[in-house]
Design a protein around this ligand. Structure first.
Ligand SMILES: [Zn+2]
Length: 639
């Protein structure tokens, strides 16, 4: 990897002057290798050997990174990973073998890399980085933290811990052929939260429900339907009204047929009947009802024509799709797990349902059907992880780590890895901190809400945890009273859960809470050593659309600070409010500069952020006339 990166790094001169040594290193191994490293790095080699390094994540990038570190001469390493090894990891997470499936990634990675360099001492932690044991004190012990994570919230958490203890952090991420590496140092560079991160592509719920015009709309619908029909009861599911229970003593076959008629026949007929209520469909062609009785006849013919070898790579005929759909429902009932299922792209039973159901819906809406393979790619939001990109990324991380550890911070750069253009690796100067960043600059934020309605629970759940990324928040009211401290820990409520829960249900203006207009709160998360001042601004009678937040970070509807939340920025309004949407992180639409999330994280796939009572665009309360226009105009757009 040294040879590859020499062109684009400040290691160039060093490596060129040492090229003869480098040639010998490639031919050497074991102790001989390290003796060559010693010559290569000279007196700096002690710094490298003695540096204490934390690697957060032992997945695609983490495996490469750990190997590079021990081969370079880093000896004191701790690795933290929550996951266990799955078969699907084996093609690129090369420290793992089939026999390791089910074992801790951190543990096996440790054992594997210690074989590369027996001098290395790696401590493995099989645990969640957000656990209290990985406290600021824990991070303080390290000279450098290297993130090899796959999700936004863990990255935010580590960012805060490193800022709190002023430990340098190298952040990285890849997505297909794209990648990024950057060094974060408190006060010198942007932190992870200085810039808004890549936001998921969102679709209004009305598009998913009533006006699909792309396969992804139908696939998102089918995933929701899978969980409505066969998952745990969930009133938050936007399609919950379409739930259809099996009747007493109903056999599997008739239940499957009834679901078919319900979803692809009656629901579409209802949609057609609603034409009179609205100005149109939003399409040039009305949707088409799929009549099961006719299709069953066609299926009999199809049975004669085709064998049982239905390939996942081919697009099935309509009769085949119907047959597969009915069989998939029966398979689910036979599994005995109906009522507890959650969509998982690697679960063949789930994919069989989602692929056939979405294809049937595509048929309803005149969208060309796809193969199960193609649907799996979209449903699982899969950008195939590329081992080469991870390797390039991990190589750059180690080069940057060497600079940090040997006191050459001024030589550090951030790097973009791209698949197009003259340079595969593009270095850039590290940006200084964003003065508006409320994470690394300790700015104050304004919280606008109707304090007569907005509850303490909403303050904790929606604002502090979800929007501000805190894990264990507490609030200090700064009133000088005795009881001016609110947290969720039961110990602080003398173990009285009911007392606490009652308190959390109270609105901010309640006399027991005593938050008024212009009250200044300090919210803390000790586990992140993070605190922020929040100025509460009352907005009496603040109207919000169904499903949107009942608060605004910022003043009224004015400019908002960068929040890096990714929840609502992509809905086209550019503000903190908008219509209900279904988030679908769309692969391939990302455009640097953002830190890209590894797509393996299922948390990031599809997030429903809607109120279940929303039926269509027309039935919502509106905040402003523009918003409704926004929604109805969306329906007419053909892509
Ligand atoms: Zn920042």
């Amino acid at each position: 990897c040294f040879r590859i990166f020499a062109r684009n790094s400040n290691m160039e001169s060093l490596l060129q002057s040492e090229s003869s040594q480098l040639r010998r290193i490639r031919g050497g191994g074991g102790q001989k290798r390290l003796s060559h490293q010693q010559k290569l790095f000279g007196t700096n080699f002690d710094l490298i050997q003695n540096a204490k390094i934390a690697v957060v994540g032992a997945g695609g990038i983490g495996c490469e990174l750990l190997k590079n570190l021990v081969m370079t001469g880093f000896k004191n390493i701790e690795v933290i990973d929550l996951d266990t090894i799955e078969v699907s990891n084996l093609n690129r997470q090369f420290l793992f073998r089939r026999k390791h499936v089910g074992s801790s990634k951190a543990e096996i990675a440790k054992l594997s890399v210690e074989e590369f360099n027996p001098d290395a001492h790696v401590i493995a932690h099989h645990g969640n980085i957000k656990d209290a044991k990985f406290s600021p004190e824990y991070f303080k012990e390290f000279d450098l933290v290297l993130n090899a994570l796959d999700n936004l919230s863990a990255r935010r958490h580590v960012n805060r811990l490193c800022l709190a203890e002023e430990v340098s952090l190298i952040e990285s991420g890849t997505q297909g052929y794209l990648g990024q590496v950057g060094v974060i140092k408190k006060g010198k560079t942007e932190c992870y939260e200085c810039q808004t991160k890549q936001t998921p592509v969102t679709f209004p719920v009305c598009t998913i429900r009533d006006t699909p015009d792309k396969p992804i709309h139908c696939i998102a619908w089918a995933k929701l339907m899978y969980e409505v029909l066969f998952g745990p009861s969930d009133d938050e599911n936007v399609l919950v009204d379409l739930k259809l229970e099996a009747e007493a003593k109903e056999d599997k076959q008739s239940y499957a047929r009834r679901i078919f008629s319900h979803l692809f026949e009656s629901a579409i007929q209802d949609r057609l009947d609603r034409k009179d209520d609205e100005e149109g469909w939003g399409f040039s062609t009305p949707p088409e009802v799929l009549a099961l009785s006719e299709l069953l006849n066609q299926m009999e013919c199809a049975d004669e024509n085709s064998g049982n070898s239905l390939s996942h790579q081919t697009v099935l005929s309509l009769p085949e799709t119907v047959k597969e759909f009915l069989n998939s429902v029966e398979e689910i009932i036979n599994s005995g797990h109906s009522g507890e299922l959650v969509f998982d792209k690697d679960d063949n039973m789930a994919m069989r349902f989602v692929s056939t159901a979405s294809n049937l819906r595509m048929e309803n809406y005149h969208i060309d059907r796809l193969s199960q393979f193609e649907i799996k790619g979209i449903a699982g939001n899969i950008v195939h992880a590329i081992a080469t990109t991870n390797a390039i990324c991990a190589g750059i991380i180690v080069l940057e780590a060497i600079k940090v550890i040997t006191g050459r911070f001024e030589d550090c750069r951030q790097y973009w890895i791209r698949s197009v253009g003259p340079k595969c690796i593009q270095p850039a100067t590290l940006e200084p901190p964003n003065k508006q960043c409320w994470v690394c600059q300790k700015s104050k934020i304004d919280l606008t809400c109707d304090i007569r309605k907005f509850t303490v629970k909403q303050l904790f759940e929606d604002v502090l945890k979800r929007r501000l990324g805190m894990i264990r928040p507490s609030v200090d009211l700064q009133r000088g009273d005795v009881e001016n401290f609110i947290c969720e820990d039961l110990d602080d409520w003398s173990g009285n859960a009911r007392w606490r829960d009652d308190f959390f249900k109270k609105p901010l203006s309640h006399e027991a809470v005593k938050i008024q207009h212009a009250t200044l709160l300090t919210a803390d998360d000790e586990s992140q050593r993070f605190s922020i001042n929040i100025l509460v601004l009352d907005y009496p009678g603040m109207e919000v659309e169904e499903g949107e937040d009942e608060f605004i970070i910022g003043s009224k509807f004015g400019d908002l600070p960068s929040i890096g939340d990714g929840r609502s920025e992509a809905n086209g309004t550019g503000s903190d409010s908008g219509e209900p949407t279904v988030d679908v992180t769309a692969p391939g639409t990302s455009d640097a500069p953002v830190l890209l999330d590894d797509q393996e994280n299922e948390d990031d796939e599809i997030e429903i952020i809607d109120d279940p009572s929303v039926k269509s665009c027309g039935s919502k309360r509106s905040l402003s006339p523009q918003r409704d226009e926004n929604c109805s105009s969306r329906k007419k757009v053909k892509h």
